[in-house]
Design a protein around this ligand. Structure first.
Ligand code: SMG
Ligand code: MG
Length: 376
């Protein structure tokens, strides 16, 4: 894919940021009140590249967590990347880091930063590089578990008024079918889905059969992330498509899940699969097998939102993603705000690289710590 630009790798910096959320985000595994993230900056001499590591504060969504990712970036992945010298081809990032098992979210942040810098040298946008075919993409919203059904219904009403085209409800045992039934009753025509983050087991079949009656677009990650076989058995009992999120960590996982019949939809997140290039390979596997995909979210700041939007412009992305506007998450984003248009779409950044960068005074305002990656 190289076209000749060479990105110097003069230095690599990590910046941990904390952005207060406009409202707490609660899932079946916990609640977040602020978004903490690691922003990676590559100094490429003439250009700078930025990437975001989406590892959460605690290792609940996946094995990775922020403090662990910080160390992995600082002591292992960052030095390995720098040691290889200048970058001629963004695929080189994956090759240099392949010896390290796992740590996909940390690897994805490095790959994004390198891609951003390298594409700025090329004068080319990430969406054009990846093969995006749309300049704006339809957006959905993921709604956390609310303190009461009334609060949830109000929240949904607000998002629909803003234009969001699909609503995803987080569920957990005890706050599931009744809540979803109420939402379906109040919003009969709204495309609705649910996301359990693996909180159920096969013993909950009656619950899934009840959800199956509610005309949902999909049921996301109902069972444990390691259990593809049980997902296949559950999918065989349901009309509603199962969508896998946590279970899919690579294009190889996607192929296996599809062949097993463990899902009929896949949620693509670049952090979960190790970067946007692997995310494209997941997209390609799904396109080959006729499985619709959409782009998920990890409450990214603008630095991580931009690559998600670039991916959402790919031809096989068939459904609105969890690519919501900055004001759904933050009082103030670290980049210029991403804004939802009244028609429920968002513009795909089309400037060079990821098309956005942290604004320096905002970065200073939300930064908790910084570190330089050194090569011995
Ligand atoms: O970015 O709007 C967003 C959040 C979307 O629901 C969302 N993400 O399992 O899909 C998911 C969750 C994971 C978030 S864990 C912090
Ligand atoms: Mg999910």
């Amino acid at each position: 894919m190289s076209t000749g630009s060479v990105l110097a790798m003069r230095s690599l910096e990590l910046h941990e940021v904390a952005l207060p959320l406009v409202r707490p985000f609660r899932t079946s595994f916990g609640e977040e009140r602020a978004k903490r993230a690691i922003l990676v900056r590559v100094d490429g001499g003439d250009v700078t590249g930025w990437g975001e590591c989406v590892a959460s504060e605690e290792p609940r969504y996946s094995e990775e967590w922020l403090a662990g990712a910080w160390l992995a970036l600082l002591e292992v992945l960052g030095p390995s990347l720098l040691a290889g010298g200048p970058i001629r081809d963004p695929e080189e990032v994956g090759r240099r880091l392949r010896w390290v098992r796992g740590h996909r979210m940390a690897k994805a942040a490095l790959e994004a930063a390198v891609l951003d810098g390298w594409l700025r040298l090329e004068g080319r946008s990430l969406t054009s590089f990846l093969g995006g075919v749309r300049d704006r993409v339809p957006c959905g919203v993921s709604v956390g578990i609310a303190p009461s059904v009334d609060v949830l219904i109000d929240e949904i009403r607000g998002y629909l008024a803003a234009g969001y085209q699909r609503v995803k409800l987080k569920i957990e045992p005890g706050r599931d079918v009744e809540v979803v039934r109420q939402a379906r009753k109040d919003f009969p025509d709204t495309p609705l889905s649910v996301d359990a983050n693996g909180a159920y087991t096969v013993a909950d079949l009656p619950l899934f059969e009840a959800l199956d009656e509610l005309d949902l677009l999909m049921i996301e990650q109902p069972l444990d992330h390691e259990d593809l076989l049980e997902h296949a058995r559950l999918q065989a009992r349901l009309r509603t498509p199962i969508c896998l999120d946590e279970s899919i960590r690579s294009a190889r996982d996607a192929s296996a899940a599809i062949e097993l019949g463990a899902c009929r939809v896949i949620n693509i997140k670049p952090g979960r699969v190790g970067g946007v290039l692997e995310a494209c390979r997941v997209h390609d596997v799904c396109a080959r097998d006729g499985v619709p995909v959409w782009i998920g979210g990890m409450l990214e700041t603008g630095v991580g939102r931009a690559p998600n939007l670039a991916l959402a412009a790919l031809p096989g992305v068939a459904m609105p993603g969890d690519t919501s506007a900055s004001d759904r998450y933050f009082v103030q984003d670290v980049t210029e705000a991403f804004v939802l248009r009244a028609d429920g779409t968002m513009a795909v950044p089309d400037g060079p690289g990821i098309g956005v960068e942290p604004l320096s005074e905002r970065l200073e305002g939300c930064r908790i710590r910084s570190a330089f990656v050194r090569v011995d």
